[in-house]
Design a protein around this ligand. Structure first.
Ligand code: LLP
Length: 421
């Protein structure tokens, strides 16, 4: 949880973010993460299940860093992965394959094989995303001599009130199987002995700030599960309405992660599914608020009556503002915001007008360094080398106050890779 100490310094747990940067020795731009804050978030969410059997499958795509995944695993999370690399990170962090789910609209043969071959009987389930995918999954299970467990991902046709790029549960979206095609999908799965249908899954979209749409999707999923069980006489062990729980980027978020869990448990019980494994797949809600992107101020720039503050982090480091028009609060690193000071448009060095973090009130005199808040989810994982820039460093504040860091792909290694080809 980000707080400010008596001198106005931004603090994670017991240490200031400036101290974490100093101890790690990395330069800006750098992400700094509060691992204890993330683990607490997972524990609070898990408490919302009210004793019901559940699996919080952390959506690794939100933040793939080993210390983050390990901290969440230690707090009782499994993983939802969307690629072979994410699967390997989850397994490498010690997550039991029995607690891993694999989603994706385009799983390659190598990805399917890795999921089916993991552990003694493969991962908990691959989410079938299309009728056409069933035969491909069955063929790989046959080739590997294993029976693969699958969930059918339903598309409940719910238009979530979120950015169009991250709404996934309406019928025009590429994800999941339409309700009208479920019967065909069941028939196709049942035709293949190599596959075992263990549950239904869904995911209507991301950054949901209310529970109603999520629960409407969950209700359709539970209805579908009831029909399937009645028609097949077979029990579905996993019911997974997905992730998407929103966070407060500064304009509010009415629903806490545990509210989604509580609502889903209530609905599951109403449908007679109180004894099933209820799965949720949150990414952002576990990690988003517990990471900041730190940047150094390069220079102020005044132009045509406008005030720009040019910093050394850009859209390559944090793409969300450029891609979704997302607003992340920018604040001084070492001083509290001074509400009486003028607003500056904080921009990065990248050669695009969208490389713009928006107008923010900071302080006077201007700070040397700033933090971009709520950057723990979909920050580093969407970073790129655009403009030949290195990937940002990452600094981890551990629960015991220790600090570790990783500098995965700096500008020098990028230059070498360009010259070597
Ligand atoms: N499950 C599935 C199948 C997903 O596709 C996703 C996210 C999640 C779970 C986790 O969603 P979350 O709880 O984090 O909302 N880059 C965008 C978000 C894209 C989300 C993609 N899928 C952003 O920065 O807002």
């Amino acid at each position: 949880m980000l707080t400010r100490d008596g001198s106005g310094r931004a603090v994670f747990g017991a240490i200031s973010i400036a101290e974490a940067l100093a101890r790690s020795g990395v330069e800006t731009p750098a992400y700094v993460y509060d691992l204890a804050g993330m683990a607490d978030e997972a524990r609070r969410l898990r408490a919302g299940f009210d004793g019901a059997a559940h699996l919080v499958a952390y959506a690794v795509k939100a933040n793939t860093a080993g210390p983050v995944v390990r901290a969440l695993a230690a707090a009782g999370c499994g993983a939802e992965v969307g690629s072979r690399a994410e699967l390997e990170v989850a397994l490498g962090c010690g997550i039991d394959p029995e607690r891993i789910l694999f989603s994706g609209v385009g799983k390659t043969v190598a990805e399917i094989d890795a999921a089916i071959a993991a552990g003694t009987r493969g991962i908990a389930a691959l989410h079938v995303d299309a009728v056409e995918e069933v035969a491909r999954l069955a063929a790989r299970a046959r080739a590997l001599g294993r029976r693969a467990r699958v969930c059918l991902r339903i598309n409940p046709d719910i238009a979530a009130d979120t950015h169009a790029h991250i709404a996934t549960g309406h019928e025009e979206a590429k994800f999941g199987v339409a309700l009208s095609e479920l019967a065909a999908a069941y028939a196709e799965i049942d035709r293949h002995d190599e596959l075992e249908l263990v549950g239904l899954s869904g995911h209507i979209g991301s950054q949901l700030v209310r529970t109603d749409e999520y629960l409407a999707g969950a209700a359709k999923l539970f209805d579908a599960a009831r029909e399937r069980e009645a028609a097949s006489g077979r029990r579905l062990a996993l019911l997974d309405p997905g992730g998407g729980f929103g966070i407060d980027y500064g304009t509010g978020c009415a629903a806490a992660p545990a509210d989604f869990a509580r609502g889903a448990v209530h609905l599951a019980r109403e449908h007679g599914f109180g004894d099933r494994m209820l799965v949720v797949e949150p990414g952002r809600a576990l990690v988003g608020a517990h990471g900041v992107l730190c940047a150094s101020v390069i220079a102020p720039k005044r132009s045509a009556g406008r005030r720009f503050l040019v910093v050394d982090a850009g859209m390559n480091d944090l793409l969300r503002p450029a891609l979704y028009g997302a607003r992340h609060r920018v604040e001084p690193l070492d001083r509290a915001v001074d509400a009486a000071s003028p607003a500056w448009t904080v921009v990065g060095p990248v050669c695009e007008s969208s490389d713009d973090f928006g107008a923010h009130v900071l302080c006077e005199p201007l700070p040397d360094r700033v933090i971009v808040r709520d950057a723990g989810a979909y920050g580093y994982t969407m970073a790129s080398h655009y403009n030949g820039r290195g990937l940002p460093a990452e600094v981890f504040v551990h629960a015991d106050g220790s600090v570790t860091a990783s500098v995965a792909a700096d500008a020098r290694s990028w230059i070498q890779s360009r010259l070597a080809t």
